[in-house]
Design a protein. Structure first.
Length: 135
């Protein structure tokens, strides 16, 4: 694995904004231990991440780009927590986890929790958050 990060220059769009690409994680679901529920519902996550492009001539190496698998592993750990308060907590924590990766500039998170019974309505939360100090 080569480390070309020192030699790499950031690609920019007209106007100076860094070049980015988008990672979509759609339909990730996992059983979650929700406070106040005896069942473990399959909670759905949909994420849109805006990620800094690694620059011209980047190597064909997973270390040069943001891997969606890193995000999926973070979501698995989040869903393994106990006594989770609800969709707002899950959306907030998922956004924090995504932004903990230096290459992620912005994230949109949508979380859907199915109703406890078939007659009920699903609950959900969505948010968009950007890395502080970045356009």
């Amino acid at each position: 694995m080569s480390d070309d990060s020192v030699k790499r220059t950031m690609l920019v769009q007209p106007g100076g904004a860094p070049l980015t690409y988008t990672i979509l994680v759609r339909g990730f679901s996992a059983a979650v231990d929700l406070a106040g529920r005896t069942d473990r519902p399959q909670v759905r996550f949909d994420l849109t991440l805006t990620v800094t492009h690694p620059g011209p001539g980047f190597p064909d190496d997973i270390a040069a780009v943001m891997s969606y698998e890193d995000i999926v592993e973070d979501l698995r750990r989040l869903c393994a927590e106990s006594n989770i308060s609800g969709a707002e907590y899950l959306a907030d924590r998922a956004a924090d986890l995504c932004l903990s990766h230096a290459k992620v500039r912005r994230v949109q998170v949508d979380v859907t929790i199915p109703a406890a019974d078939s007659a009920g309505s699903a609950a959900g939360a969505g948010l968009t958050r950007g890395r502080p100090g970045l356009a």
